[in-house]
Design a binder for this molecule. Structure first.
Ligand code: CA
Length: 482
């Protein structure tokens, strides 16, 4: 089958050339062959499986694309400067050394989604199969929206910094060839495209549990996040509320206080879907290996990234906060976030990677409500997260501030790739503080960059050298030009 050939070719090239130009990944002849070989719905499903397989790579959503947002903030850090996360934590990249994978993987994913989206409507569908077709199309739209969102927040400055007028990344909707030399679109244009894809996906996706696949509630939660980044709080609240309502009607539910410490290792099923709305399902037989979040986050693995002392102190303010149980200590030196727990019978490298959780929908709703000045609604959505962490706590009689919601968010979502973006999108500074604690005595900051905000040019990565060298229409990010 020619689809196989395309996916295999694209994936093989990606892994073989670490500094390859993604626009060259696809030979024009292969593209033409493939365009004509999506004939039935099973071809679409097969291509989608190939996309999920690219997503699960440790340089994509089983690793790098996740930890990037954590080690660039104030709550996590590289254990030492020589660790894999060290250059991100220390903002060490130049225009010549910027990583290519943050660019090439999302674009490879977008390429494959385009293949589906440019062909799916040409396929004739037997009666009774429309919902199946819609769900597949919805998955491709949601994944393309997610990949473009990640590219935009990695390479483009926050929307609210300048209303999206600065450069984002190229919007690519056709199947690119060796001759494609796209220019960058603005951040605002990228957001319009991301929102359009995600909105369409929510109309098409199934709301049923579908292991390892995008469902409607995951797409809605992601869309609510995108609206928050854009400062559209009304739609962020609306979308988060719809996600919560729909997900809970379909048996998804916040983990309980008792379940919380170990639920991360559960193997979710239709009868007990838990609270993860979208995850990378990794298996021992199909493992992302040692560069994955599981292995990087364990003292039995590469012990690559740990929590900062200041974050540990924040969480410890309430000694009964259940989230303290997710910290695993390496002697009295470092504390790791133990959210990437292997499923039964697996090794740590095979741990699934939760990407979108119901808890985030609650936090998105609470943040949007605070910004809308709707305290009752903010309390309604923040309280379940606060009480789950410690049933003795409540915010029911409180007037919530943005700080209250963001502090709860950092405690809840630490290690899941959010922190630096959460500060930057709100125009807030990262303040890395040196504190000490006997429980994690070797954890010390080791970076020249201790305080910065959205005016710091290094909060975005440089466009990879390979892209700059081969595409004359691509403009480098400011500050990285020299
Ligand atoms: Ca697993």
């Amino acid at each position: 089958m020619k689809v196989t050939k395309y996916i295999y070719l694209s994936f093989a090239l990606l892994t073989a050339t670490s500094c390859g130009n993604d626009w060259l990944d696809l030979e024009p002849s292969t593209s033409v062959e493939t365009e004509t070989s999506i004939n039935v719905l099973s071809d679409i499903e097969f291509t989608l499986n190939g996309i999920y397989s690219i997503m699960k790579h440790p340089y994509a959503y089983s690793g790098r694309l996740v930890y990037y947002g954590d080690v660039t903030g104030d709550d996590m850090q590289a254990v030492s400067s020589t660790k894999r996360t060290g250059n991100y934590y220390r903002f060490n990249f130049t225009k010549d050394s910027g990583p290519s994978t943050h660019w090439s993987y999302p674009y490879s994913i977008i390429q494959s989604c385009n293949l589906i989206l440019n062909n799916v409507d040409k396929i004739s569908v037997a009666s009774g199969e429309e919902a199946y077709r819609d769900d597949l199309k919805g998955q491709a739209l949601a994944i393309r929206g997610m990949a473009l969102f990640d590219l935009t927040r990695i390479y483009g400055y926050p929307y609210l910094k300048d209303g999206g007028t600065s450069l984002g990344v190229p919007i690519v909707k056709t199947t690119s060839t060796i001759d494609s030399k796209p220019a960058r679109n603005t951040v605002a244009e990228c957001y319009a495209e991301i929102i359009s894809d995600l909105e369409s996906s929510t109309q098409l996706l199934s709301g049923k549990f579908n292991k390892g696949k995008f469902n409607r509630w995951a797409a809605m939660t992601l869309l609510s996040r995108v609206y928050l980044y854009k400062g559209d709080n009304e739609n962020a609240l609306k979308m988060a509320e719809e996600a919560i309502k729909g997900a809970e009607k379909n048996k998804f539910a916040l983990w309980s206080n008792e379940e919380y410490p170990t639920a991360w290792g559960n193997d979710a099923s239709a009868s007990k879907p838990g609270e993860v709305l979208f995850e990378m399902v990794n298996l021992t037989t199909d493992s992302p290996g040692k560069e994955s979040m599981g292995y990087l986050s364990s003292y039995n693995g590469y012990d690559d990234l740990c929590v900062t002392v200041s974050f540990y102190h924040l969480l410890k303010q309430d000694p009964k906060d259940v989230r303290l149980k997710l910290l695993s200590f390496d002697k009295t030196y470092y504390a790791y976030v133990n959210k990437y727990q292997p499923q039964e019978g697996e090794n740590i490298a095979d741990a699934n990677i939760p990407l979108i959780r119901l808890s985030e929908a609650y936090l998105n709703a609470a943040e949007a409500a605070v910004k809308e000045g709707d305290n009752a609604t903010a309390v309604k959505y923040l309280n379940p997260i606060v009480q789950r962490a410690n049933p003795a706590n409540s915010v029911e009689d409180k007037v919530l501030t943005l700080d209250d919601v963001l502090n709860e968010r950092r405690k809840e979502l630490v290690g899941e790739g959010h922190r630096m973006y959460d500060l930057m999108r709100n125009g807030l500074p990262v303040k890395r503080v040196n504190e000490t604690d006997k429980a994690i005595s070797k954890t010390k900051h080791n970076t020249a960059y201790m305080e910065y905000d959205w005016n710091f040019f290094r909060i975005v990565l440089p466009i990879p050298k390979a892209e700059i060298d081969t595409n004359p229409n691509i403009q480098q990010n400011p500050g990285y030009v020299e």
